[in-house]
Design a protein around this ligand. Structure first.
Ligand code: ADP
Ligand code: MG
Length: 292
């Protein structure tokens, strides 16, 4: 039969919804030893739900949600979407009325000017670094991402938001582990959530509470182990473009992924299923046996 060659391999992959941007990446996939995953939107659905609303004294649940949803009115982050959804459809109108300006604090949350007041919505650090002290409440809905909210320097409450592991993720990780890959999960999310997800998926290792630049450092640390062959990073892309560029094979989720991620990636998985990476490796290995 006619050898498929690398272009055959690329064509074959594309019929499985895997876009490979060059023959060198197909070759790199055959030599992969480490696969690094971003958590949110990659191993998890990235579809969050507000499961607990805990206003501080003097605020109702509705008031707390309105403040948070308004500050998050324009954020593309999955957490922002879940808060808007919980608040309801009228969020755009109220936000346009009260939201003067906002700024996305990378990997931490939102700083907004709402009704003439400064509103912070995000990680504990976002509030604590400007001297706002926050109570660490015991949450009873299991591990979730806690989003803290302040108005003009005063703590006004917190929301607990939870995500779900993708149905496809456990099998994908299991296969990669069987193939002898080192599977690593990196996340900006907290330790409790990271631990729960990492244990559910049986990844070889995980690192939590990371800023976007910490993910780049981890990638460099992991790639320094040169004996360990090539390294892939797979992410949904919000803030992940620098890591995608640094990996030997940068892989973006095409559905949830941001345009910047799809641009920066070497491989794009159209349907966002992590098991497509296993298929891509198999196609790459098969193509190589035909060429050599
Ligand atoms: P991941 O590494 O899991 O993809 P990100 O780097 O996007 O997560 O965000 C890290 C953390 O920063 C989130 O878990 C959340 O606590 C906080 N965060 C980021 N953006 C927002 C936002 N728009 N609103 C509230 N919290 C946010
Ligand atoms: Mg992310």
């Amino acid at each position: 039969s006619v050898p498929l060659g690398y272009f055959g391999g690329i064509g074959g992959a594309s019929r499985h919804g895997i876009l490979i941007k060059g023959a060198n990446y197909l070759e790199a996939l055959t030599d992969l030893r480490t696969v690094v995953f971003d958590k949110t939107g990659t191993l998890t659905e990235g579809v969050f739900q507000v499961v607990e609303i805990s206003p501080a004294k003097g605020y109702t649940e509705r008031e707390l949600l309105e403040i948070a949803a308004s500050a998050e009115a324009h954020s593309p982050h999955p957490i922002a979407k879940s808060i808007r959804e919980k608040y309801g459809k009228d969020v755009q109108d109220s936000a346009l009325a009260g939201l003067l300006s906002y700024e996305e604090v990378r990997g931490q949350g939102i700083r907004a000017s709402y009704n003439g007041q400064t509103v912070l919505v995000g990680k504990a650090e976002l509030l604590e670094q400007v001297g706002i002290s926050i109570p660490r409440l015991m949450v009873d809905k299991g591990p979730g991402t806690v989003v803290y909210i302040s108005v003009d320097g005063g703590y006004v409450g917190q929301l607990t938001i939870s995500d779900r592991v993708k149905a496809d993720s456990p099998a994908a990780i299991a296969r990669l582990n069987q193939m002898g890959m080192r599977t690593v999960m990196l996340t900006g999310d907290n330790q409790a959530v990271a631990k729960a997800v990492a244990e559910e998926l049986a990844v070889s290792e995980y690192h939590s509470d990371l800023m976007p630049e910490d993910k780049v450092s981890w990638l460099e640390t992991l790639s320094q182990a040169k004996r360990q062959g090539k390294i892939a990073f797979i992410g949904d892309g919000l803030n992940d473009a620098p890591v995608l560029t640094r990996a030997d094979v940068g892989i973006a989720m095409g559905g949830l992924g941001s345009d910047a991620a799809i641009e920066a990636a070497d491989v794009v998985i159209m349907d966002d299923q992590p098991s497509k990476l296993v298929e891509a490796i198999q196609i790459a290995r098969y193509t190589k046996t035909i060429i050599w």
